[in-house]
Each structure stands twice: as structure tokens, then as C-alpha cells.
Design a protein around this ligand. Structure first.
Ligand SMILES: Nc1ncnc2c1ncn2[C@@H]1O[C@H](COP(=O)(O)OP(=O)(O)OP(=O)(O)O)[C@@H](O)[C@H]1O
Length: 474
């Protein structure tokens, strides 16, 4: 799915920038150009504070790619374009080109690592009024340190180009991987694995105050180890997130006739204290009789999601747009749970749930059409049970009213607790063996990485870098 964009002023009320009333007519539908793959729509902006770019990445401490750039920076005092050799172009997006590259002079004692460098022509973007999107992406990338999100190793300017050096994902994206599956669908277990890792990535983003807004299989890349990396943050919204403590009234002893558990109320703001919040049950043995006694605790849960954010920006990809984005009524973090539902649906059924003959019909379907599931064959009773569970989860994610959507109150915890994810050890999932789906990794492994490397000629690779020669932007 390609990217559609229309950059105007910012409508994000949760950002510090001013709020602008969106244009009342939704004439953009006819104005936009559409690519062959699904495109993203955008109307957003925000201020950039590059001081947020963090060099402290505990999760990358032992990574050779991170260490090599760190040593380069400390020995030379800076990292620039002249330190990298571009090997080939990996892809292009609405903002720029992404190149495979490596450090020119390998760092002694470290393996030669591959990187992905996103190169953005700032002048061209300024003319297209998309510079703020690129700045936002840079700012967000600088904040991230998570196993399923990209690491920004370095960022620098070269002439009017802005360069971001990131982790390289050789496995392609999940859209391409899905096309190679039997029936162009992932099995339930593969879909569950990818959905679980994606859920963790979104959970982390929400905790950082970032609403992703462009989830689709094209933006989920596959790392060399088969785990995922969510990419492409130029449509994301950064807002303040205030941790809240959701508290239900006390649950008293099971034999207490007055025992009551109320629905949660919101207690905010709070000091985030990460201790055990959930009520516990304890089995007691007395006189050989087993009785169940409820320990008396407040049922409290920490919610660190931007659930109160409200943006009126037009962002996303047509087939993935949430109803509240289309209607322009304002949207918050619940849009990511809608797109998560569409994402799960597409992985399992090989198509999105509301796709129409054209983009306009798709949008109407999203607003009006009830959710249905195509019939697909299942090979066992267990698979049937799994299908029932996943359909239940998708139905709860694709609720048109965002306030009634699963995840809208407490965020990812609600989704992680759903029966479909029962048995998934979210804390250890990065150690789980990824599914054996046919991604680009198979090609790469069997080709001994040789085909992956230079597509630029030897002369081009060796000669000093010259910007106009290599940057075939647009
Ligand atoms: N870290 C990476 N590793 C490997 N390939 C990558 C990486 N990042 C991006 N790519 C490739 O480059 C392409 C363009 O990247 P990206 O989507 O970030 O650009 P963009 O200009 O922001 O695009 P969009 O139009 O979707 O906003 C992707 O489709 C992907 O194929």
C-alpha cells in the first residue's frame, strides 16, 4: 500500500500547536492520488525537539551495530555521510529513499554490520509541506528503545538531505510475506505471533505518548531473526501521556453477602508505582475442607496510554481508517486498536474487512457496513476454537464507536487478556522461535547474503560519496 498524503495545518489538539478546524467538505477523497499499494492519508504536524534524541538505549547495549556507531562517534567526534558506503536502495516512500549501507572502514574487533539509511530531501519536502512529518519521524525514532521498534543509530544532515541511520530488516514486510503464504493468508498461529509482537510495539508507543496511526502489514518489517520491527512513524502523533490508576471498589470476602465489585473509576493523576495491582485469590485448607477466600485488595490498574488524546488529523490508509477518523469527530489512541483489528483480519483472511470498489466506497463501508467474516476451512477442532476466539477479538476491535472498542479504556492490557492470546507469554515472546513463514529471509539465507549486497557498481561503491550522483530522489 503506497502513501497518500495531503499536508495542511495541524489539527492535533493534544499537541502544543494550535487547533484548526478541519475543512468541512471531505473533498480530499477526490483530490488524492492513489498508488498501486495502499496509501496513507495525512494532515498533521508538530514541533520538533531534537534534544529528545536519546543516545541511551539499554536494549541495544550489546548490539554490534550500535557499538560500531558509538565507537565511530567517540573516535572521530561525529558521524556523517562520508562514514557510510551505500550498497543499494531498499525502497522508497512518500518522504524519501531508504538505502542499505555499511560503515566504510570497519570498526576493529566488531563484525561488519548492515544499516538502513533513510534519506530525505528537505528542500523537496518543504515545497510539498511535508517537512514537519519528517521531523516528527526523526523525533519519535530518537525516543525508541524496544525490541520490536527501530533503533536510530545516528542522524545527520548532508547538504539539504537529512539522513537517519537505522536498524536494517532483511526479511521484507508482512504484506509481501502474506502474498507468499498458501491462500495468501497466514495460519492462525503465525498471525497470533505477529499480532502479539505488534501489540507490544503499539503498547510501548502508547506508553511513550505516541499514537501510531498507520498500522498495516507493509509497515511491519521482519528482522533477520524472524521477529518483527514496526516501521514508518511519519504519520504518528506525539502527545502527553499521564499515567492513571484505574480503581474498582473493594472486593470483599467471598462469603460476605455484601460483596460487590463495581466498574472501574478513574483516579488521576498519580505517581506511577509499578507494584502488584491485581486482586489475588487464595486457597485455604482448614480441617481438610478447602474453602476459597478472596483476599481483600483494591482492584487497581496502571494505565499509561494516551486515551484522552484527541486529534482531528486525517491520517492513515484508506482500508485501515477508523470510523472516527473518517467522520472527523476527533480520534485518540483507540484508532490503533481499530487498525490492529483490520491488521489481524487481513493476516487471517487475506483481505481487509471493508474494502470497496474504490476508496470512497471503502470509507462508506467502514462507517456503515457490519463486520462479516468469510468462511475458511479449518483442519481441526482446535483450529476451529482458535478461529472463534480470534473472530471474537476482531469483533471487539472493530467496534465503530471508539468508546466501546476494546482497548479504549485501559489500552493494551484489555487486548492481551483476551482469550485469543491466552497462553502467550508476552514477557518472553522475543525469545520464542518465530513462525517459519516464507519471508524474504529465505531468499537471503539461501543466497548467502551475496545477492543482498551491492547493486551499485564497484567503482561507485569505492569512490568518495557525492550527493547528486547517488540520490535519485523521486
Ligand atoms: N529498516 C529498514 N530495513 C529494511 N528496509 C526498510 C527499512 N526501512 C524502510 N525500508 C524499506 O524502505 C521503504 C520505504 O520506507 P518508509 O516506509 O520508511 O518510507 P516513507 O517515505 O516514510 O514511506 P511512506 O510513504 O510509507 O510514509 C519501505 O517500504 C521498506 O521496503
Amino acid at each position: 500500500m503506497a502513501t497518500i498524503s495531503r499536508d495542511e495545518s495541524d489539527y492535533d489538539s493534544s499537541c502544543s500547536s494550535s487547533i484548526t478546524v478541519p475543512d468541512s467538505s471531505r473533498s480530499w477523497m477526490s483530490n488524492l492520488s492513489f498508488g498501486s499499494r495502499r496509501s496513507s492519508v495525512s494532515v498533521c504536524s508538530s514541533s520538533t525537539d531534537t534534544s529528545l534524541l536519546s543516545s541511551h538505549k539499554p536494549h541495544k547495549a550489546n548490539q554490534a551495530a550500535w557499538e560500531a556507531v558509538r565507537r565511530l562517534r567517540s573516535s572521530i567526534g561525529r558521524v556523517g555521510l562520508d562514514h557510510f558506503r551505500l550498497l543499494r536502495r531498499l525502497g522508497s516512500g512518500d518522504l524519501g529513499n531508504v538505502y542499505l549501507c555499511q560503515i566504510r572502514n570497519p570498526v576493529v574487533g566488531l563484525p561488519q554490520c548492515l544499516y538502513a539509511m533513510k534519506v530525505v530531501d528537505k528542500e523537496a519536502l518543504a515545497i510539498r509541506k511535508k517537512l514537519q512529518r519528517a521531523e516528527m519521524e526523526k523525533e519519535i525514532l530518537g525516543m525508541l528503545d524496544h525490541p520490536f521498534l527501530p533503533t536510530l543509530y545516528a542522524e545527520f544532515e548532508a547538504s539539504h538531505y537529512s539522513c537517519l541511520v537505522m536498524e536494517f530488516c532483511p526479511g521484507g514486510d508482512l504484506y509481501a510475506a502474506r502474498q507468499r503464504q498458501p491462500g495468501k493468508r497466514f495460519s492462525i498461529s503465525s498471525a497470533k505471533f505477529y499480532a502479539a509482537e505488534t501489540l507490544l510495539a503499539i503498547e510501548y508507543l502508547h506508553m511513550m505518548g505516541i499514537i501510531y496511526r498507520d498500522l498495516k502489514p507493509e509497515n511491519v518489517l521482519v528482522r533477520e531473526d524472524g521477529h518483527i520491527m514496526l516501521s514508518d512513524f511519519d504519520l504518528s502523533l506525539k502527545c502527553d501521556v499521564v499515567p492513571e490508576l484505574l480503581r474498582a471498589k473493594r472486593c470483599s470476602e467471598a462469603n460476605d453477602k455484601d460483596a460487590k465489585c463495581s466498574t472501574p473509576s478513574c483516579v488521576a493523576p498519580m505517581q506511577p508505582v509499578l507494584s502488584c495491582f491485581s486482586a489475588s485469590k487464595q486457597r485455604k485448607k482448614a480441617n481438610n475442607v478447602t474453602t476459597i477466600t478472596e483476599r481483600v485488595y483494591d482492584v487497581q490498574e496502571l494505565v499509561a496510554e494516551p486515551i484522552h488524546a484527541c486529534s482531528k488529523s486525517f491520517v492513515g490508509t484508506h482500508e485501515y481508517l477508523a470510523p472516527e477518523v473518517i467522520s472527523g469527530q476527533g480520534h485518540g489512541s483507540a484508532v490503533d486498536w481499530w487498525t490492529f483489528g483490520v491488521f489481524l483480519y487481513e493476516m487471517l483472511y487475506g483481505r481487509t474487512p471493508f474494502k470497496g470498489e474504490n476508496n470512497e466506497k471503502t470509507l462508506i463501508n467502514i462507517l456503515k457496513q457490519p463486520l462479516t467474516f468469510p468462511k475458511i476451512g479449518v483442519s481441526s477442532g482446535r483450529e476451529f476454537e482458535e478461529m472463534v476466539k480470534v473472530q471474537d477479538l476482531i469483533s471487539k476491535l472493530l467496534v465503530k464507536n471508539p468508546k466501546k472498542r476494546i482497548g479504549s479504556l485501559k489500552g493494551s492490557v484489555e487486548i492481551k487478556r483476551h482469550d485469543f492470546f491466552k497462553g502467550v507469554n508476552f514477557a518472553l515472546i522475543r525469545s520464542v522461535r518465530p513462525p517459519e513463514v516464507f519471508t524474504d529471509l529465505h531468499k537471503i539465507r539461501s543466497s548467502n547474503r551475496a545477492n543482498l549486497l551491492p547493486k551499485l557498481s564497484k567503482k561507485e561503491r569505492e569512490e568518495p560519496y557525492q550527493i547528486p550522483h547517488h540520490f535519485d530522489y523521486f
